[in-house]
Design a protein around this ligand. Structure first.
Ligand code: GLP
Length: 228
């Protein structure tokens, strides 16, 4: 695990965008796992800037996300595809909607959508993503894999706080990704970051499993790194 600490959120986001851009330059047709949330907003903005400066292209890559709402069709405005990925990235770069792969629980049914999503990733070269971008929850969860005695390796159904079903990637395909870029900012994440980097490897702090991965870059702003 390589930890890099930046003075500001903006610097952290730029550094993360540079790593993603390097991946896209190295392998334009790469398979890139994204994350939604407030943390990656800056990263997306920096990627859009790099695209507008003609320094990166998304035309050949395939994009994925850690989860998608399962009770709405892909065209619904509340689907993450439309509420996050279009406004923050797809609408501003040379990637179209068909390049973004998400489980479709509405069309396929919950269990089947999860199975299909794992099968899609299993079918990739080497059976894995080239890169997965992650954020972290204040309880050290990754994706929708919350602290628990036992984690679910495969894609599975979880429920949002409002009770809506979500199809979410399990820890298997997260940990299989060739490279993982973890971004975290703000003091509210400091305990989780410390547990991830220095705590025991435990399913009770799912991000600590990243200690077992051979290529993880952790990008933090100073407040997020304050308990390291
Ligand atoms: C949610 C998402 C995670 C994300 C986390 C932190 O639980 N499923 O993928 O990392 O929240 O979100 P934020 O970046 O808004 O703090």
């Amino acid at each position: 695990m390589r930890v890099q600490i930046y003075d500001t959120y903006e610097e952290m986001s730029r550094a993360a965008a540079d790593l993603v851009a390097a991946q896209l330059l190295q392998k334009p047709n790469c398979h890139l796992g994204l994350t939604a949330g407030s943390t990656p907003v800056g990263l997306c903005a920096e990627l859009v800037k790099l695209y507008k400066d003609h320094r990166v292209s998304f035309s050949e890559c395939t994009l994925y996300n850690l989860e998608e709402m399962a009770d709405v069709p892909p065209e619904d405005p509340t689907a993450l595809r439309n509420s996050f990925f279009h406004p923050h990235l797809l609408d501003h770069v040379d990637a179209d909607d068909s390049q973004l792969k998400m489980p479709d629980g509405f069309a396929d049914g919950l269990e089947e959508a999860c199975k299909k999503y794992d099968a899609l990733m299993d079918s990739l070269p080497e059976g894995r993503l080239d890169m997965q971008i992650l954020g972290i929850g204040a309880d050290a969860h990754i994706g929708m894999n919350l602290p628990n005695e036992k984690l679910t390796p495969e894609a599975h159904v979880v429920h949002s706080r409002k009770g809506n079903p979500i199809c979410a990637m399990g820890v298997r395909h997260i940990l299989l990704s060739k490279r993982i870029i973890m971004i975290a900012n703000g003091e509210a994440k400091a305990d989780a970051v410390a547990a991830m980097c220095h705590g025991p490897v435990t399913t009770l702090a799912p991000a600590s499993l990243l200690q077992l991965h051979p290529d993880v870059v952790v990008l933090l702003d100073k407040p997020a790194a304050s308990k390291l």
